[in-house]
Design a protein around this ligand. Structure first.
Ligand code: 6GU
Length: 272
C-alpha cells in the first residue's frame, strides 16, 4: 500500500517510522511519502492560510498550495495498479472513523491524507479533488484536535495492522473489539499473564484451569460486563439471535432484557 501525506508538519508524522507501522515500512508492506505543503507556495513567507470570507475567527487554508500539491502527488504516485489514490481529509465534521472503515481502507492500494491546521481547507479544494478521486472527510471522535496530523497517525496505524504480513500472528485481530464474528460489537475483557500471584493478587482461577470451553465462556461473560459498563450503546446493537441462554442470563443480571427485538435496559419505558 502506498500512503501519501501532505501537511505543514511532516515532522509530526515521525512516529510512522516506529513500532508496527515502522516495521511494515521496513518490510516494504507500506510505502509512506510525506510532503511539505509549503513546498507549493511561491511567496517569501510561504503562506498557506488567509482570513475567512464572510468573517469570523481563525484562518482558512488557501486553495492554491493544496491544488498544486495534490496535482504533484497524483502525478508522482500514479501506477498501473493504482492510477489514483483514495483521499482522506481528517476533520471533526467528517464521517466517523470505525473499524469497518479501517477494513475498507486496508483494501485500497493507495491512500492520500490531507490533514489541515486552522479552521480547515478552502472547500473548493475538496470539491475539485472529488472530480478526480474518491474523497472522504473523516473524524476520529467527538473532540477537537489542533490539526489532523494525529488523526492521520491513528488511521494509518489502524489500517496498517490489518495488512497481510504486518501482525506476527494472523489470529491477533480475530478477537479485536469491533472485529466481526461472535464477539462482534463487544469490548474485550481483562487479560492476565504470569506470575499467577502478584502483590497478593491471584489471576482468576478459570484462566489457569485448562478448560478452554469454560475459558471462552468466561471471556464472553467478561466482554458483556465490560461492554454494559463502558458502552451501553453497543449492548443495544446486539442481535438477539446471536445470544445464547447464558448471555441472556448475564445481560439480565446487568439490567438488560430483550424487548421489541433488541436489548433494552430493564427500566426502559415500555413502548405502546
Ligand atoms: Cl480527524 N481532525 C481534527 N482536527 N480534530 C478532530 C478529528 C480530526 N477527529 C476528531 N477531532
Amino acid at each position: 500500500m502506498r500512503i501519501d501525506v501532505v501537511t505543514i508538519f511532516p515532522e509530526y508524522l515521525a512516529p510512522l517510522d516506529v513500532s508496527l507501522v515502522g516495521k511494515a515500512c521496513a518490510k516494504g508492506l507500506i510505502d509512506v511519502h510525506l510532503h511539505q505543503l509549503r513546498d507549493w507556495t511561491y511567496d517569501v513567507h510561504k503562506t498557506v492560510d488567509d482570513t475567512p470570507y464572510g468573517g469570523g475567527p481563525g484562518m482558512v487554508m488557501k486553495p492554491e498550495p493544496w491544488g498544486l500539491a495534490l496535482d504533484a502527488v497524483l502525478e508522482r504516485g500514479a501506477s498501473a495498479a493504482a492510477p489514483v489514490p483514495r483521499m482522506i481529509v481528517p476533520t471533526p465534521s467528517g464521517r466517523p472513523f470505525t473499524q469497518d472503515l479501517a477494513v475498507e481502507l486496508a483494501d485500497e492500494p493507495w491512500l492520500l491524507f490531507a490533514p489541515a491546521r486552522y479552521e480547515g481547507i478552502d472547500r473548493r479544494v475538496l470539491d475539485e479533488a472529488a472530480t478526480r478521486m474518491r474523497v472522504d472527510e473523516v473524524s476520529i471522535g467527538d473532540y477537537v484536535l489542533a490539526g489532523g496530523e494525529v488523526a492521520v497517525l491513528v488511521m494509518v496505524e489502524a489500517v496498517a495492522r490489518l495488512l497481510p504480513g504486518v501482525l506476527g500472528n494472523a489470529e491477533s485481530h480475530r478477537d479485536d473489539s469491533f472485529a466481526p464474528g461472535a464477539m462482534a460489537n463487544l469490548l474485550e475483557g481483562p487479560v492476565y499473564t504470569k506470575p499467577a500471584q502478584w502483590r497478593g493478587r491471584e489471576v482468576p482461577p478459570i484462566t489457569v484451569s485448562g478448560n478452554h470451553g469454560a475459558i471462552a465462556r468466561w471471556r464472553r461473560d467478561e466482554a458483556l460486563r465490560r461492554t454494559a459498563a463502558h458502552r451501553p450503546d453497543l449492548i443495544a446493537r446486539i442481535d438477539p439471535a446471536a445470544v445464547d441462554k447464558k448471555d441472556r442470563a448475564t445481560l439480565a443480571e446487568l439490567g438488560w432484557i430483550e424487548r421489541d427485538g433488541r436489548f433494552q435496559p430493564t427500566d426502559a419505558p415500555v413502548a405502546d
